[in-house]
Design a protein around this ligand. Structure first.
Ligand code: AMP
Ligand code: FE
Ligand code: FE
Ligand code: ZN
Length: 285
């Protein structure tokens, strides 16, 4: 019997839920993924694996594949760099301690920013806190949402542009692991480290080749070249560097629900790539 041609099996490897700064539950994201006909998704909340148990349940319910991930807050030369950690053991002692430290720092930092903003805007900590899941990772998007709710700004994007960007007098930096150390730590915890959105427009320039080379030496597994916020004209040199270093190229939407324009499944990775990823990691699903 001749079988009908199958639609390609594709995965969205970068999404955010209410456990960090996404606006949907994990279950809602899986329901959307099923609707779109994706083969599977990764849930990659900032600095937490708290969404994984719900993701495993939802994956079963919708007969989808779940790829566990965490988007780790790091810095390189003092600049914020996000590293996706796929298939790590979240109980790995040193990794868990670092994530805990980052999350605690984020909390103090957000409180400090809200304190400063409250001098000029209708906002208080309670209103930001009320938006969080228990133990959820707080970020500037939650502050943005509270400011939008008070009518100060139209959406997250406007709040970021006007008061939440790093040059703003209200801005406070947060603790972050050195990116090369993060890659080593993720790898030691059984994970595959992938440099997230290396040419995102908000970074103002693409990740320099020297940084990518240093990260590769530390054990970087892949690089997220297919991402809606990457500036396409900045990608060619990165593609070349990635090829020279033997890095895998991943694709994903970085879906944040209504918090960003990025649409689920807008950019994707192949089933072959996901199979290779699973071979590499300690916690494949
Ligand atoms: P934070 O983690 O507190 O440093 O905030 C950074 C997060 O805010 C990132 O994960 C982005 O998803 C989100 N973000 C950054 N810029 C914007 C923007 N212009 N609109 C909406 N979300 C944004
Ligand atoms: Fe985010
Ligand atoms: Fe990111
Ligand atoms: Zn992200």
């Amino acid at each position: 019997m001749v079988s009908a041609p199958k639609s390609p099996e594709i995965y969205d490897l970068h999404t955010h839920s209410l456990h960090s700064d996404g606006t949907n539950t994990v279950e809602e994201i899986f329901a959307m993924a099923a609707e779109l006909g994706l083969a599977g998704i990764a849930v990659t909340d900032h600095d937490t694996a708290d969404g994984w148990p719900a993701a495993r349940e939802s994956a079963k319910r919708h007969q989808l594949d779940f790829v566990p991930g965490i988007e780790v807050t790091t810095k390189f030369d003092g600049i914020a760099v996000h590293i996706l950690a796929y298939g790590v053991d979240p109980q790995h002692t040193a990794l868990a301690a670092e994530l805990q430290r980052v999350r605690e720092s984020r909390l103090g930092r957000a409180q400090r920013m809200v304190e400063r903003l409250s001098q000029d805007f209708d906002i208080d900590w309670q209103r930001v806190h009320d938006r969080l899941e228990p133990n959820g990772t707080v970020g500037r998007p939650h502050i943005a949402d509270a400011l939008v709710e008070s009518g100060h700004f139209a959406d997250r994007g406007e709040a970021f542009k006007l008061v939440l960007h790093p040059g703003s007098p209200y801005y406070q930096p947060t603790y972050a692991i050195e990116a090369t150390d993060a890659v080593r730590l993720i790898t030691a915890a059984g994970g595959a480290a992938v440099l997230a959105h290396p040419a995102a427009v908000r970074q103002r320039y693409a990740a320099p080749a020297e940084h990518v080379i240093a990260l590769a030496k530390a054990g970087l597994w892949g690089i997220e070249l297919d991402h809606p916020e990457n500036v396409s004209s900045w990608l060619e040199p990165l593609r070349q560097t990635a090829a020279e270093l033997g890095l895998r190229v991943t694709g994903a939407s970085d879906f944040h629900g209504t918090g960003k324009a990025n649409e689920l499944g807008e950019m994707t990775s192949s089933a072959e790539l996901v199979a290779e990823l699973r071979e590499f990691v300690r916690v494949p699903n």
